[in-house]
Design a protein around this ligand. Structure first.
Ligand code: F3S
Length: 396
């Protein structure tokens, strides 16, 4: 891989051990995937934040790094709400370790915004055609597909290395030839709300890491595209998809010849079958937690929830997950949601926080959460439309 004289100096350790390690990671990735060079990036989104997932070893690794990121960089959700961790049921020991991780990232110049929806927070964090290094799978899918920016599925260390150097290796979805759609998925149903998560749940399992091109009978909103992409990235490894007549680059490529059709009955089946892993007992799933905000809720999604909850009191534990920036910018919506007894949590989510592990069955309106909650939290899950989730929350 070609290195500029400046990159050579970093590789030779002239800027210190942290930058040397960072460029070694980028070069190793570039060598594996046959990159010709490093390319500048606009921003980084760094996973590997929750103490639940990285533990003491991760904390130690980040704490040892010395330097500053070269581009705007934000974090993935952490294991707790930084202000309401007690209300979540998080232990003091966990909270202290989690804070140390966040402080270690902050010392590197990373903004302590912990969210999988950086595009809701900053207008210019990624625009059409920009190269970025993002590492949360739903954010990657949104960047590539809905914004038309370019990112690979970066691991946490790869994204942090890219943030420090301000560059990433030029391979994969950064290159035009790898962005062509592989197969056409015709959907024989009109979709809305969490139907898109259900569709993503099925489509991801079918296509793995291929690039699907959807022909839909309905026109999805940006939040619905977010939900579709998040579910496909969880049940498969989809990092880029197109929707005919909707997503920015769809017209450039056109529909591929290989075709799959998904029927309405297949979407209904996802709602009807609780997701459970072999080690969870089969049998009924009576929700004791209703959770929204996977990926983190947008202002429109908060508005919908506030409208459905106005003047009502929830009878079950209800969590609404969003970013702190979106919470702070929408105090009236947050107040309306909280008046119902629902809890609004920031900086974290129902999957990456250990706080959800004490529940037995979670009802969600997200195809991604439906896939991950049983596997990563050991909790059964039911997928339902947003309105049905609220009905369940209000039921004695
Ligand atoms: Fe985001 Fe957590 Fe879902 S990181 S996409 S809310 S699993």
């Amino acid at each position: 891989m070609y290195l500029t004289p400046e990159e050579e100096k970093i590789f030779n350790g002239e800027r210190g051990a942290t930058y040397q390690k960072a460029i070694e990671i980028l070069i190793a990735l570039g060598d594996i995937y046959d990159a010709d060079r490093l390319i500048p990036i606009k921003s980084a989104q760094i996973a590997g934040v929750s103490y639940k997932t990285i533990g003491d070893a991760g904390l130690e690794w980040i704490s040892d790094l010395k330097g500053k990121v070269a581009v705007p960089s934000i974090l993935n959700p952490a294991g707790m709400d930084r202000e309401c961790w007690k209300e979540m049921g998080i232990s003091r020991d966990f909270a202290e370790k989690q804070e140390k991780i966040l402080r270690a990232y902050e010392a590197l110049g990373v903004r302590i915004e912990c969210s999988c929806t950086p595009y809701h927070i900053f207008d210019n964090i990624a625009s059409f055609g920009d190269h970025v290094a993002w590492s949360e799978s739903s954010a990657i899918s949104y960047a590539n597909s809905v914004i038309g920016a370019r990112t690979n599925r970066e691991g946490g260390p790869g994204a942090l290395a890219a943030a420090l150097i301000g560059k990433t290796a030029n391979y994969g979805f950064h290159l035009n030839e790898n962005r062509k759609p592989d197969l056409l998925i015709k959907v024989d149903a009109k979709l809305s709300d969490s139907d898109y998560g259900a569709l993503g749940y099925i489509a991801g399992e079918m296509v793995g890491d291929k690039v699907p091109f959807f022909r839909l009978k309905s026109r999805p909103s940006k939040d619905e595209l977010k939900s579709l992409g998040a579910a496909m990235a969880a049940s498969g490894a989809v990092a880029l998809f197109y929707v005919e007549g909707v997503t920015p680059e769809a017209d450039k490529y056109g529909a591929p010849l290989e075709i799959i059709t998904i029927e309405e009955s297949q979407i209904k089946e996802v709602y009807e079958s609780p997701c459970q892993t072999p080690y969870l007992n089969t049998g009924s799933c009576e929700p004791d937690l209703i959770a929204f905000g996977c990926p983190h809720s947008s202002p429109d999604e908060l508005s919908k929830l506030a409208h459905l909850l106005d003047g009502k009191k929830v009878k079950k534990e209800v969590w609404v997950c969003t970013s702190r920036a979106i919470k702070n910018r929408n105090p009236e919506l947050i107040e309306r949601i909280k008046r119902s007894g629902a809890k609004v949590f920031c900086d974290t989510c129902m999957v990456v926080s250990p706080a959800s592990e004490r529940f037995k069955c979670m009802m969600v309106n997200s195809g991604k959460a439906h896939k991950y909650v049983p596997n990563l939290c050991g909790v059964k899950s039911i997928l339902a439309r947003t309105g049905k989730c609220i009905e369940e929350a209000l039921r004695d």
